[in-house]
Structures are given as C-alpha cells and as structure tokens.
Design a protein around this ligand. Structure first.
Ligand code: C5P
Length: 332
C-alpha cells in the first residue's frame, strides 16, 4: 500500500481471487406506467434520469442453483450461521447496481426505459466481501444485454471503474493483480485450486475508516509505493496452498484490527485450528483462512463455527470465473 494520493485514494498492489459465492441479478423491462412516480403515475423521465430503476432484494438461499458448481451459497457442508439480513441492502441510488444501470443507459443513449433489478444474494451482505461490487458488475452486463446496447468490454470495464475500485474485478473473475487504486487488472497465470473459509463478523467496517486508520498508523513512516506482491505471485505460480498461505499479507490488517480488536482472536483461532494462512479480507471485517484442501476446509469451518468467534462461517473455492449472462428461460 502506498500513501494517500491527491485524489484521496491509495496506490495499491493487490491480488484478487474470485471465489464460488454468487449473487444472481435479474434485469426485467417493466412498463414505465407500472412504476409509481411522484403522483402515483408512471415515472417522469428527465435529462437527469432518462431511465427508471427499481430494486428488489432476495435473501440467501432464495435463488435456484444455476449449475452444480455455482450453487450461490458457497461450498455447502461446513457453512453455518444465520442468514445475513438483506434489509441493509440499499434499494435507491446508493445501490451500486442501480448506478450501474444508469451508467449503461447514459453510455448507450438509452432513454424512457424502466427496469426492475432483482438481487438474489448468495454473497454475505455487509461483510466486506465485495457483494455490492459483484452486483454492480452483473448489473452492467445485464442492462447491456437487456437493452441490446452492445457496449464493448473496454467500455464496460471503464464504467465499472467509475462505480468503484472493486467493480472491474468481478467482471473478469479468476485471479488478478490489481494496481492503481485496485481497478487496473492484470490476469495472474496461476495454477491450483484453493479452499477458503470465511469468518463473518457482526456489523460492517467502513472502508474509508479503515484507510483513514491506515494513514494514522503509517504517519511519519516514509512510504514510496505499494508493497510488491512477489511472494504471493510466486506461490500462485507454484500452485502450492501452503506457500500461498505463508505469503498472505494485508497492509490494511493492522488498521482493521485497531478498529475491531476482536478480529485478532478470530485470526488466531483459525490458525490454531489448522488453517495454513489467515488474513483480514480487504478492509474487513471478514477474515479469510486458507485450508490445505477441501476436506480440511470442511473441518476448519465446522471447528471455527463451534468456537463461536464468528457471526457465520462460509466455505468457497477459487479461482472461479466472473460475472456471466444467463439468458432468460423463455418458458419461465
Ligand atoms: O473505490 P471505492 O468507492 O470502493 O472506495 C471507497 C473508499 O475507500 C474511497 O473513498 C477511499 O476512502 C478508500 N480507498 C482508498 N484507496 C483505494 C481504494 C479505496 O483510499 N485504493
């Protein structure tokens, strides 16, 4: 992590890996008059709002499986914990998926369309697991397809970067090296499959607050640029989970631990229970543990849940592909 840039962001070198936790975003064209506007009539399309967007949010497990691999709710056995409440997901313009729809409309010159977005959440909400970013990436693809906008990949990636530093990645998935503010991606040619266990915490941690704490902690220390990720990249090339586990490092972790000291116990518990790597995921508060293999991840998840140090525990393997369009079932 480098120092704060003049635009307020930090220069990062980060490795991102997509794991098998999925949300389904359904974009449906609706008759504009069915959406209620200010006087209960249809929505008013203005220069500022050339389209109308409504959002519905469905909870974990509410969605049907889309394939054997992509069951949406992690890797199954070993998952525990109460369903996170989807009521905290915003349904207005502060939902990144809504803003994604507006950006596609603007870029493609779409006007007078009304769209309903259904977000079926399999990714834990308010956990710092980039679920909002994944929904935004999916909404870009879904609206582009729905309106036949035909935006090219480069444009979609640029729109994603406008929405947030973490939005371009779920468009591509896999494993990538992120630079800049995290939005400039290069594919990492790695091998192997990795079995992760995620310990979810109660309540969220604000990303700007964690970056702010990082600034306070690093004050006075000369930082010229982000820490290189060479050890993790070489581990990914070797495909050896133990090597990757030993190479896991997150410069934001001390800041997240300062703001949420209880996470230290969570990380220690995972390591005591046999995890080969433990790290705060992104800006937290979710902690990610790497297990030796699939079987080890099942027992690690069960033991972690048994210790009661986490709100819920999820297992998921990676890397997996990014967002893809599932055409509507003509019969359905
Ligand atoms: O890009 P995004 O909107 O997700 O960033 C949220 C906040 O996280 C930013 O406003 C900034 O405070 C912080 N951030 C940062 N450096 C980054 C990415 C995010 O300081 N590379």
């Amino acid at each position: 992590m480098g120092p704060r840039r003049p635009d307020g962001y930090h220069e990062v070198t980060t490795i991102l890996q997509a794991v098998a936790l999925y949300d389904d975003i359904t974009a449906t064209s609706v008759p504009p008059e069915s959406l209620s506007g200010p006087e209960g009539a249809g929505p008013v399309f203005t220069d500022e709002d050339p389209i109308a967007v409504t959002v519905g949010v469905a909870g974990e497990g509410a969605r049907p499986a889309t394939s054997d691999d992509a069951d949406g709710a992690g890797d199954g056995p070993g998952d525990t914990g109460a369903e996170p409440s989807v009521s905290v997901v915003p349904t207005g313009k502060d939902n990144l998926a809504v803003r994604a729809a507006y950006l596609v409309a603007e870029a493609a010159g779409i006007r007078g369309e009304a769209v309903h977005l259904t977000l079926s959440k399999g990714i834990p909400v308010a956990a710092g697991m980039a679920g909002g970013s994944a929904d935004a990436a999916a909404a870009l693809l879904a609206c582009d397809t729905l309106w036949g906008a035909g935006l090219d990949r480069e444009t979609l990636v640029a729109l994603a970067a406008k929405l947030g530093s973490d939005v371009p990645f779920p468009l591509t998935g896999g494993t990538a090296l992120g630079t800049g503010r995290g939005e400039q991606l290069t594919d990492v040619l790695g091998r192997g499959e990795y079995h992760w266990v995620f310990a979810l915490a109660d309540g969220g941690l604000s990303t700007p607050a964690v970056y702010g704490e990082f600034d306070r902690l690093s004050e006075g220390r000369l930082r010229t640029g982000p820490t290189p990720a060479d050890a993790a990249l070489s581990a990914l090339r070797s495909g050896d989970p133990a090597e990757l586990g030993a190479a896991l490092v997150n410069d934001l972790q001390p800041a997240a631990l300062r703001l949420r000291p209880s996470l230290r116990r969570v990380l220690e518990s995972g390591l005591e229970l046999g995890a080969i790597g433990a790290i705060v995921s992104g800006s937290g508060p979710t902690c990610a543990f790497l297990a030796r293999d699939a079987a080890a991840s099942v027992s690690l998840a069960a033991s972690l849940a048994g210790m009661g140090v986490a709100r819920a525990v999820r297992r998921a393997h990676g890397p997996v592909a990014g967002a893809r369009v599932i055409p509507a079932d003509p019969a359905g």
